[in-house]
Design a protein around this ligand. Sequence first.
Ligand SMILES: NC(=O)c1ccc[n+]([C@@H]2O[C@H](COP(=O)([O-])OP(=O)(O)OC[C@H]3O[C@@H](n4cnc5c(N)ncnc54)[C@H](O)[C@@H]3O)[C@@H](O)[C@H]2O)c1
Length: 397
Amino acid sequence: MTNDSEQTGRAPETAHESVGVVFVGCGYAADFYGATMPNYPHVEVRGAFDLVRERAATFTGEYGGRVFDGFDEVLDDPGCAVVVNLTPVSEHYRVTRAALLAGKHVYSEKPLASTYEEAAELVELARERGLLLSSAPSTVFSRSAQTLLRAVGDGLIGTPRLVHASLDMGALAFMPYTQWRSRRGVPWPYRDEVANGCVMEHAGYQLSWLVAMLGPVVRMAAHTSLQLGGEWPEGSEPAPDVSLGFLEFASGAVCRLSIGWVAPADLSLMVVGDRGVLSVGDVWQASAPVSLRRHVRTSGKTNAYLGEPEQLPFVAPPARHRYTDTHDLTVGAGVADLAAAALRGEQPFLSADLCLHVLDVSLRLSEGRGAMEDVTLPAPLDLKPAIASALTGTAAP
Ligand SMILES: NC(=O)c1ccc[n+]([C@@H]2O[C@H](COP(=O)([O-])OP(=O)(O)OC[C@H]3O[C@@H](n4cnc5c(N)ncnc54)[C@H](O)[C@@H]3O)[C@@H](O)[C@H]2O)c1
């Protein structure tokens, strides 16, 4: 671990080794990366390529390296060991595949690809060629996530049994999203985001923590729907904006997961064990406090069996370089972990297999796969008169 970073993954063997990285795609999300890469001295930012040259020019002007004039120039650069794929989701498969075929390790923004088949092909290609493949999100490297994982691993709550996890970001359709700009002034690509849907954009932020903590998902069901589809500008093609998932993990723990951009913001995670409860208020904040409530002896009722909340000391220091935004997403940590793994000849923590599993579960959530049964009513139910009579104390007419 580097002393001044939040990356608590493996570090390179010596302080002098570095890995050349080129960013492909320099849009809105690229600023998150550029601003946080100085946390990781073993990553050398060689430059950037974007179909819109001006975007690569502003990126390198702000964050270093040189402009690459074509994707082939990136692939031909012997100093580029890692391609960081920050293109739109629809381009992920094509760009990642070309980079792997050219012998580059790849760190991709999420999701790894648009379909399971494409992603599995990329994972196999990387394996065949002895290359590393990894994908965002990398908030599992945040000091909050690392502190939570350590606390669970140390048995502070006994055996984890139940998780409540939410990635409800607020009602996006009612926010001024057309005005959002990155540090370099790149507009937020809302049409892509709403077409990808809340699950493909955001499920990984909770799933990566959950899988790291509880192992793979072994059984699940999901219900997904589009509730605010009519609120988007004409020409938008919104995907589901609400997803409720029920997950069972290899450890035996179960989880209710809520993802969406309809409900007011709730990005919390609560892990209930048989000896206590751990919670994080906001998984999008690298330094969100981790709170522990242990079981205590009591003669009271409701939650009196839980002691006063204790804030756990963080297991890692804060990052020196952060992107000033409403969220602190630790994005550079995933690239840094892959680069360190390349130097050590190991797999990154966010291995291709882990990322493929997170994609698989995300796709199942996004498609609402699992058993939702129709409910058979004995007779048509009209509840309004019954409610009226209950309120007024008079019989419905
Ligand atoms: N927007 C966010 O808030 C956000 C946050 C985290 C992660 N992400 C993820 O980051 C990725 C990129 O999203 P974004 O918001 O930066 O999108 P964006 O549209 O702002 O930027 C994408 C950039 O890629 C360029 N591009 C497209 N095809 C290319 C190609 N084949 N080769 C080179 N450049 C190409 C475009 O010109 C554009 O500048 C997506 O996977 C998204 O899910 C987005």
